[in-house]
Design a protein around this ligand. Structure first.
Ligand code: AMP
Length: 215
């Protein structure tokens, strides 16, 4: 099963995607995580991408498509979950081309809907584990030991682009450039689009996703 997870930054794509991936053996491909990894490793791609990321802007489509191409090929296994990709019409068209070559469909598009005010609070309180990818929130879902990952004990980080003004820019970019993709997939009609209320507990959202996907 191949899925796309849409939603503004902070809607819970990473958390929900990780739960689904673990439960069903799916490969989660998060372009944000891949880019952050490249930044940490100091690769040329990472250096190029960093200035866009820190400003809350999108990294150019050609860079993103090259990155995804590397990860989509190979063993398809049980399927994949795309988290944070595609984010523009050009990326969606590029994805369509790649999937046609690989003879892989997108079985469903899930949209997590959350209001901006809540997103700003979620993101400003967000702390994530650079090692295992676990995500916490100091307001709603704090780790047991302040600043350390419950799972692997690594030091948690607060992303540079999670500060309030960058978050507002990222929300604007989502509304302008990414939200139109929902209509793109609705028009295409080949992949059903399900919009879910993301302003609920992690378990409630996950249960609804499983219901919608009949898992
Ligand atoms: P995320 O973790 O998905 O919120 O992504 C963090 C940042 O990485 C975004 O604000 C963008 O600068 C960049 N990024 C991640 N995915 C994409 C994408 N598909 N297209 C363009 N930029 C991206």
């Amino acid at each position: 099963m191949n899925l796309i997870l849409f939603g503004p930054p902070g809607a819970g794509k990473g958390t929900q995607g990780q739960l689904l991936a673990e439960a069903h053996g799916l490969k989660k491909i998060s372009t944000g995580d891949l880019l952050r990894e490249a930044v940490r490793a100091g690769t040329q791609l990472g250096t190029e991408a960093k200035r866009f990321m820190d400003a809350g802007e999108l990294v150019p489509d050609s860079v993103i498509l090259g990155l995804v191409r590397e990860y989509l090929g190979g063993d398809a296994g049980a399927g994949f979950i795309l988290d944070g990709f595609p984010r523009t019409i050009a990326q969606a068209e590029g994805l369509d081309r790649m999937l046609a070559e690989l003879h892989q469909p997108i079985n469903a598009v899930l949209v997590l809907d959350v209001e901006d005010e809540i997103l700003v609070k979620r993101l400003s309180g967000r702390r994530s584990c650079p090692n295992c990818g676990a995500v916490y929130n100091v307001y709603f879902d704090a780790p047991k030991i302040d600043g350390r990952c419950d799972r692997c004990d690594s030091e948690l980080v607060h992303r540079v682009d999670d500060d309030a003004s960058t978050v507002r820019r990222r929300l604007q970019v989502y509304r302008d450039q990414t939200a139109p993709l929902i209509e793109y997939y609705q028009r295409g009609r080949t992949s059903p689009v399900h919009t879910l209320d993301g302003d609920r507990s992690i378990d409630e959202v996950q249960a609804e996703i499983k219901g919608v996907l009949q898992l």
